[in-house]
Unconditional design. Structure first.
Ligand SMILES: NC(=O)c1ccc[n+]([C@@H]2O[C@H](COP(=O)([O-])OP(=O)(O)OC[C@H]3O[C@@H](n4cnc5c(N)ncnc54)[C@H](OP(=O)(O)O)[C@@H]3O)[C@@H](O)[C@H]2O)c1
Length: 332
């Protein structure tokens, strides 16, 4: 698989990564099967999808434990990307960016992941009670201690209220400017997909101008852009899409023209090319420092997603994506 580099440290990863969240978190618990997920991770590494994106919060903790079982045998094949700073309770999520906590959390992640170094350690959310420089300073000390190779900042969950459109990433960019004064940002992780392209306006250009890597979260629109979901079929109550405004039966039906457009483009590239692969190839086309991390827990999806690294969209394809209708269904 094509390789891409992340940040000033020029860490090398396969162009398409693997988001490990659906194996343990946010998607229907009844469909999560440890052994199947382990095979999916192995398959990703076999195919060169080296970047494994996880977080201590996924599970909580079980996703890192799962990856640890693979990393114990195959650490050299993988690029480990995990996160700190969010704690999950039964019904709520709370940020913790206190320096002492960050250092303890890192040691715990290293133990669960069965490794002695994390390649990319990301701040999952800034803690409103702690100046972000203090949290970032603690993370930088972990680099100094050899426990972490590079630092990243996540900017997911920024929707809602008046923070939409052009201003969606204003707060993130202010945070990035502040933490850059303390220690270089290796990568930013934010939502970027055909139906959520907002990061292209300000956040991705900010990264591009500074040689900062970009991890595209939710590049498949939480599965919608693959065209495999049927409007009205519903989601289990523990699946985040049961509460997601774009996943009501009405909005899924209203957004079908987006999938139809991806299908049209896929058909031009061959019978076996899928809308999901076009969605990933579109993300890959946004810059040589952009790495999509499609979430998947099945081997067949992992293989299909890795195949997107070989798909080159033409200028005509990209123009067609740009002309697709904007997604309907809003958090506001
Ligand atoms: N930093 C943050 O706060 C944050 C927030 C959200 C996500 N993320 C990261 O971004 C990653 C990706 O986001 P995501 O997993 O929520 O959304 P996504 O990648 O847009 O979509 C994942 C969904 O698509 C399905 N899928 C994957 N490949 C498919 C294929 N080829 N055909 C049909 N369906 C396919 C998966 O099904 P199965 O589950 O059945 O395999 C899963 O339901 C996460 O895993 C996580 O690492 C980070």
């Amino acid at each position: 698989m094509e390789r891409r580099t992340i940040g000033a440290a020029a860490l090398s990863v396969g162009a398409v990564g693997l988001g490990c969240m659906p194996m343990s978190w946010a998607y229907s618990g009844s469909r999560q099967r440890g052994e199947e997920s382990l095979r999916a991770v192995d398959r990703a590494l076999d195919l060169g999808s080296t970047l494994l994106d996880t977080a201590d919060m996924y599970g909580p903790f079980t996703n890192e434990l799962l990856l640890g079982r693979v990393l114990k045998e195959r650490r050299a094949d993988a690029f480990v990307s995990t996160k700190v700073g969010l704690l999950a309770g039964e019904q709520h999520i709370v940020a913790n960016g206190r320096p002492g906590y960050v250092k303890r959390a890192c040691d715990a992640s290293l133990r669960r992941l069965q490794t002695d170094v994390i390649d990319l350690y990301q701040l999952h959310r800034a803690d409103p009670e702690v100046p972000v420089e203090e949290t970032w300073g603690a993370m930088a000390e972990l680099v100094g201690a050899g426990k972490v190779r590079a630092l990243g900042l996540c900017a997911v969950g920024v929707r809602g209220g008046r923070r939409t459109g052009a201003g969606l990433y204003d707060t993130t960019i202010r945070q990035l400017r502040r933490v850059q004064q303390v220690f270089p940002v290796g990568a930013v992780q934010a939502e970027l997909s055909v139906w959520s392209p907002e990061a292209l306006r300000t956040l991705l250009p900010w990264c591009t101008a500074r040689g900062v890597g970009f991890l595209a979260a939710m590049p498949l629109g939480n599965g919608f852009l693959t065209g495999t979901l049927t409007p009205g079929e519903g989601f289990e109550p523990d699946d985040m899409r049961a509460r997601h405004p774009r996943f009501t039966a009405e909005m899924m039906a209203a957004n079908q023209p987006i999938v139809a457009g991806l299908r049209r483009i896929a058909a031009r590239h061959g019978e076996s090319v899928t809308p999901g692969q076009v969605a990933l190839a579109w993300v890959l086309a946004q810059g040589r420092h952009v790495v999509p991390v499609p979430g998947a827990k099945q081997e067949r999806w992992v293989s299909e997603n890795a195949g997107a690294a070989d798909l080159r969209l033409t200028a005509e394809d990209l123009a067609e994506v740009a002309a697709l209708p904007a997604a309907r269904g809003s958090w506001d």
